[in-house]
Design a protein around this ligand. Structure first.
Ligand code: THU
Length: 165
Protein backbone atom coordinates (compact mmCIF):
# COMPACT_ATOMS: atom_id res chain seq x y z
CA UNK A 1 0.00 0.00 0.00
CA UNK A 2 1.21 3.53 -0.84
CA UNK A 3 0.56 6.81 0.84
CA UNK A 4 0.15 9.98 -1.16
CA UNK A 5 0.84 13.23 0.57
CA UNK A 6 -0.98 16.28 -0.74
CA UNK A 7 0.61 19.62 0.06
CA UNK A 8 -1.24 22.92 -0.16
CA UNK A 9 0.72 26.09 -0.94
CA UNK A 10 -0.41 28.76 1.53
CA UNK A 11 1.37 32.10 1.70
CA UNK A 12 0.93 33.82 5.06
CA UNK A 13 1.18 37.60 5.07
CA UNK A 14 -0.06 40.78 6.71
CA UNK A 15 -2.41 43.37 5.25
CA UNK A 16 0.54 45.75 4.79
CA UNK A 17 2.39 43.17 2.69
CA UNK A 18 -0.43 42.96 0.13
CA UNK A 19 -0.22 44.91 -3.12
CA UNK A 20 -2.42 47.99 -3.45
CA UNK A 21 -4.78 46.04 -5.75
CA UNK A 22 -5.08 43.15 -3.29
CA UNK A 23 -5.72 45.54 -0.41
CA UNK A 24 -8.52 47.06 -2.47
CA UNK A 25 -10.06 43.61 -2.99
CA UNK A 26 -9.76 42.76 0.72
CA UNK A 27 -11.29 46.13 1.65
CA UNK A 28 -14.23 45.36 -0.64
CA UNK A 29 -14.71 41.92 0.96
CA UNK A 30 -14.67 43.56 4.41
CA UNK A 31 -17.13 46.21 3.24
CA UNK A 32 -19.43 43.51 1.83
CA UNK A 33 -19.85 41.98 5.31
CA UNK A 34 -22.21 44.91 5.97
CA UNK A 35 -24.51 43.52 3.23
CA UNK A 36 -24.77 40.17 5.00
CA UNK A 37 -28.22 39.10 6.22
CA UNK A 38 -27.36 36.84 9.13
CA UNK A 39 -30.01 37.14 11.86
CA UNK A 40 -29.63 33.46 12.79
CA UNK A 41 -25.88 32.87 12.97
CA UNK A 42 -24.80 36.51 13.38
CA UNK A 43 -21.74 35.48 11.38
CA UNK A 44 -21.24 38.07 8.65
CA UNK A 45 -19.29 36.97 5.58
CA UNK A 46 -18.26 39.19 2.69
CA UNK A 47 -16.57 38.23 -0.56
CA UNK A 48 -15.18 40.25 -3.46
CA UNK A 49 -14.23 38.87 -6.86
CA UNK A 50 -11.89 40.61 -9.29
CA UNK A 51 -12.91 39.85 -12.87
CA UNK A 52 -10.73 39.84 -15.98
CA UNK A 53 -12.55 42.97 -17.18
CA UNK A 54 -11.31 44.85 -14.09
CA UNK A 55 -14.70 44.91 -12.36
CA UNK A 56 -14.98 43.91 -8.71
CA UNK A 57 -18.18 42.10 -7.75
CA UNK A 58 -19.17 41.56 -4.13
CA UNK A 59 -21.42 39.19 -2.25
CA UNK A 60 -22.46 38.44 1.32
CA UNK A 61 -24.15 35.56 3.10
CA UNK A 62 -27.94 35.63 3.03
CA UNK A 63 -29.72 33.50 5.61
CA UNK A 64 -33.27 32.21 5.75
CA UNK A 65 -35.63 30.89 8.43
CA UNK A 66 -35.55 27.62 6.47
CA UNK A 67 -31.81 27.38 7.11
CA UNK A 68 -30.76 25.43 4.04
CA UNK A 69 -32.41 28.01 1.77
CA UNK A 70 -29.75 30.57 2.66
CA UNK A 71 -26.41 30.89 0.93
CA UNK A 72 -22.82 31.76 1.77
CA UNK A 73 -21.02 34.99 0.94
CA UNK A 74 -18.69 33.31 -1.56
CA UNK A 75 -21.48 31.71 -3.58
CA UNK A 76 -23.52 34.90 -3.44
CA UNK A 77 -20.51 36.70 -5.01
CA UNK A 78 -19.63 34.10 -7.64
CA UNK A 79 -23.21 33.52 -8.81
CA UNK A 80 -23.83 37.24 -8.98
CA UNK A 81 -20.55 37.81 -10.89
CA UNK A 82 -21.43 35.11 -13.41
CA UNK A 83 -24.97 36.46 -13.85
CA UNK A 84 -23.81 40.09 -14.12
CA UNK A 85 -20.82 39.41 -16.42
CA UNK A 86 -21.46 36.02 -18.06
CA UNK A 87 -18.33 34.32 -19.36
CA UNK A 88 -15.89 36.86 -17.90
CA UNK A 89 -13.09 35.01 -16.07
CA UNK A 90 -12.64 35.42 -12.31
CA UNK A 91 -9.06 36.35 -11.41
CA UNK A 92 -9.10 36.66 -7.61
CA UNK A 93 -11.45 36.31 -4.68
CA UNK A 94 -11.04 37.83 -1.23
CA UNK A 95 -13.11 36.70 1.76
CA UNK A 96 -13.61 38.30 5.19
CA UNK A 97 -15.94 37.70 8.13
CA UNK A 98 -16.85 38.98 11.55
CA UNK A 99 -19.13 38.08 14.40
CA UNK A 100 -19.85 39.85 17.65
CA UNK A 101 -20.38 36.56 19.49
CA UNK A 102 -16.65 36.09 19.83
CA UNK A 103 -16.17 39.66 20.97
CA UNK A 104 -19.07 40.34 23.34
CA UNK A 105 -17.08 42.98 25.18
CA UNK A 106 -16.23 45.00 22.10
CA UNK A 107 -17.77 48.28 21.11
CA UNK A 108 -20.64 47.45 18.71
CA UNK A 109 -19.30 50.00 16.23
CA UNK A 110 -15.73 48.75 16.29
CA UNK A 111 -14.28 46.38 13.72
CA UNK A 112 -14.16 42.83 15.03
CA UNK A 113 -13.12 40.79 12.05
CA UNK A 114 -12.19 37.17 12.68
CA UNK A 115 -8.56 37.08 13.84
CA UNK A 116 -7.85 33.95 11.78
CA UNK A 117 -8.44 33.75 8.03
CA UNK A 118 -11.96 32.72 7.06
CA UNK A 119 -11.94 29.68 4.82
CA UNK A 120 -14.77 28.88 2.39
CA UNK A 121 -17.01 25.87 3.08
CA UNK A 122 -16.86 22.80 0.84
CA UNK A 123 -19.88 23.81 -1.24
CA UNK A 124 -18.38 27.23 -1.98
CA UNK A 125 -15.05 25.65 -2.95
CA UNK A 126 -16.91 23.36 -5.35
CA UNK A 127 -18.93 26.25 -6.81
CA UNK A 128 -15.83 28.42 -7.32
CA UNK A 129 -13.92 25.50 -8.82
CA UNK A 130 -16.46 25.29 -11.63
CA UNK A 131 -15.57 28.84 -12.78
CA UNK A 132 -11.87 28.14 -12.32
CA UNK A 133 -12.10 25.07 -14.55
CA UNK A 134 -13.84 27.13 -17.24
CA UNK A 135 -11.44 30.08 -17.31
CA UNK A 136 -8.23 29.39 -15.39
CA UNK A 137 -6.84 29.94 -11.90
CA UNK A 138 -8.62 32.14 -9.36
CA UNK A 139 -6.25 33.41 -6.68
CA UNK A 140 -7.70 33.19 -3.19
CA UNK A 141 -7.11 35.72 -0.40
CA UNK A 142 -8.47 34.68 2.99
CA UNK A 143 -8.56 37.65 5.32
CA UNK A 144 -7.91 37.42 9.05
CA UNK A 145 -7.27 40.44 11.26
CA UNK A 146 -4.10 38.77 12.59
CA UNK A 147 -2.88 37.17 9.38
CA UNK A 148 -3.89 36.63 5.78
CA UNK A 149 -3.61 33.46 3.68
CA UNK A 150 -3.05 33.55 -0.06
CA UNK A 151 -3.51 30.52 -2.27
CA UNK A 152 -2.78 30.34 -6.01
CA UNK A 153 -6.06 28.69 -6.98
CA UNK A 154 -9.37 27.28 -5.79
CA UNK A 155 -8.12 23.78 -6.68
CA UNK A 156 -5.41 24.18 -4.05
CA UNK A 157 -8.21 24.60 -1.49
CA UNK A 158 -9.99 21.50 -2.73
CA UNK A 159 -7.61 18.59 -3.30
CA UNK A 160 -9.15 15.43 -4.76
CA UNK A 161 -12.00 17.51 -6.11
CA UNK A 162 -14.93 16.23 -8.13
CA UNK A 163 -14.83 17.75 -11.61
CA UNK A 164 -16.56 15.50 -14.09
CA UNK A 165 -18.97 12.63 -14.48
N1 THU B 1 -20.84 31.08 5.66
C1 THU B 1 -20.35 31.73 4.57
O1 THU B 1 -20.91 32.72 4.12
N2 THU B 1 -19.23 31.23 3.99
C2 THU B 1 -18.57 30.11 4.41
O2 THU B 1 -17.64 29.68 3.77
C3 THU B 1 -18.99 29.44 5.62
C4 THU B 1 -20.24 29.91 6.25
C5 THU B 1 -22.07 31.60 6.27
C6 THU B 1 -23.26 30.70 6.15
C7 THU B 1 -24.08 31.15 7.33
O3 THU B 1 -24.85 32.27 6.92
C8 THU B 1 -23.07 31.60 8.35
O4 THU B 1 -21.86 31.81 7.64
C9 THU B 1 -22.82 30.59 9.47
O5 THU B 1 -22.51 29.36 8.99
Amino acid sequence: MNTKEIKIPVEVCSYGELSEADRQLVDKAKEMTSRSYAPYSRFHVGAAILLANGEIVGGANQENAAFSSGTCGERSACFYASARYPGVPFRKIAIAAWTRLHHPESDPDSECFQPSPISPCGSCRQALLEYENLHGPIEVILYGAREIYRLPSVASLLPLCFTEF
